[in-house]
Write a protein that binds this ligand. Structure first.
Ligand SMILES: [Zn+2]
Length: 259
């Protein structure tokens, strides 16, 4: 991200945090979006999707220790005494999610969801989870495996047949690998519209996440959940601001597919 833009966006967040001073974080279900932990994310020209393991530990420690938010599983969205519930998710299915992220999250007892692109399980370079590793991950307590499509193609650009195939084949393949039902999907590239949302519902998905930057209130369509994009350069200070909603103005960057 160019330097000036970074300074401007951080300044707006600082001002928003200042205006919130003393007040609780925004209420609702906040879904955090990570990608790789400790590897170089594929096609990541800006270097924002591969967070350093040490910083990831700091983020998760801050999340577990935060008095006003409760980490929850994305699918079993349990009621909690806290008004702000936070679900941790990872896109693409990087191998480091099992070897770097999972041990940290297990130790802190934070549930999480990994959205695996089914086709990436056959990646010859070995950057992504294999079917055996998906099963290993799925067997850990508090872990949910979701789909991230079959080929990572933007679903909005596909005709009805190809769309149905992406949704159904990835679901079946991941259920086979994980050994359990796969009912959640993260739309690749955040590309979702009403037709894609309805096709996901028809294919049997009950939860869908997009890339719209916001928190979700109880009336939000569960197949169009907004997320909070966490970048590799987010200090713990920025991370806490994002948890509290101080960056939710960032939503202007993505059109709301629910509108
Ligand atoms: Zn992706």
């Amino acid at each position: 991200m160019p330097r000036l833009r970074r300074i401007v966006t951080r300044s707006i967040a600082e001002l928003t945090a200042l205006a919130r001073f003393g007040r609780a974080p925004r209420a609702g279900l906040r879904v955090l979006m990570y990608h790789s932990v400790g590897s170089v994310a594929t096609g990541d020209a800006l270097g924002i999707y591969g967070i350093a393991p040490d910083l990831f530990v700091q983020h998760m420690t801050a999340l577990a220790a935060h008095a006003d938010v409760a980490p929850v599983a994305l699918v079993a969205d349990a009621a909690s005494p806290q008004r702000t519930r936070v679900a941790v998710t990872f896109d693409d299915g990087y191998r480091d999610n099992l070897y770097r992220a999972a041990p940290v999250l297990q130790r802190l007892r934070i549930p999480f969801t990994v959205f695996v692109c089914a086709g990436f399980m056959r990646d010859p370079a070995g950057n992504f989870l294999t079917p055996a590793e998906v099963r290993e991950l799925a067997a850990l307590p508090g872990v949910t495996i979701g789909s991230h499509g079959a080929t990572h193609a933007p679903l909005t650009g596909l005709d009805d047949n190809a769309l149905r195939n992406e949704l159904e084949s990835s679901k079946a393949e991941l259920e086979d690998a994980a050994g359990c039902a796969v009912n959640a999907i993260s739309y690749p590239h955040g590309a979702v519209d009403r037709r894609v949302r309805d096709a996901a519902a028809a294919a049997g998905y009950t939860i869908g996440t997009c890339s719209r930057f916001d928190i979700n209130d109880p009336t939000r369509d569960p197949l169009l959940l907004c997320r909070t994009d966490i970048h590799a350069g987010d200090t713990v200070r920025v991370f806490k601001q994002k948890l509290c909603g101080d960056w939710d103005w960032y939503q202007w960057r993505n059109r709301d597919p629910a509108q």
